[in-house]
Write a protein that binds this ligand. Sequence first.
Ligand SMILES: [Fe+2]
Length: 277
Amino acid sequence: MPTGLEDELGDILQKARDGKSWSQKDLAQAVDLPLEELRRMERYDLIPPEAIIARLAKVLDLEGQALSAIARNAWHPKAPVPDPALDLVCLNVFMGTYPVKCYLLRCSATGEAAVVDTGANPEAIIQKAREIKVKPSKILLTHAHPDHAWGLDLLVREFQCPTWIDEREPRPQGTRDFQFVKDGEVIELGTLKVRALSTPGHTPGGVSYQVSRVILSGDTIFAGSMGRANSSWPDLYRSITETLFSFPDDTALHPGHGPATTVGEEKRHNPFFCGKS
Ligand SMILES: [Fe+2]
């Protein structure tokens, strides 16, 4: 069964308002709607008629048809084609009730492996690593939020390996063995070359990891939406449009939440970006 989208209409409206530094009241006035109706949309209590979705999209610089498709639950990204150069195991785990994704990345040629984010579930990663008979030699973190970085102590005790993170992130607890990753740096994993891409905006030191035609993108972009711009909305927008979208359309995007997608799918269907050059 496909993973549901991370963001619904309500999330997208909030994030688009955030990009304009608008309050709910500002948006309600801009589209001439009662404030309570907008509040209900953002609480996932109300899907408005098409004409109102079109008005909201227009004032928020979103693409109307793409927004409407997500509001009606009528779009789901096509799954990327697996890349034969690598094995990517996605673990669908939970922090409390919140679904998170973390990954085991393995070089098909040599079997060398890395953990990408902890998903706050080190036990699940250790169990999967034992099951597929790998001992990861690296832990690559996209950012330091607890749902991506909690549980390092157990992973480090099991795998005895360093952790890569951008120096601009807070230091997650559980290890002192950090390697500070720089934009463009190449991390070797067997015969794979894993390139760190600086993708700030969700957090100041957000990193995506690109290997072959696959990008593990943390909370930078979600299928049909973008991450929450906790540190900078313009930085996050640029991280997506100038960094992630610089890769070919068939490049897989594996986010920290929600389904996998591709650069092409997001360029064509993500209401924040489609229809813009
Ligand atoms: Fe996050």
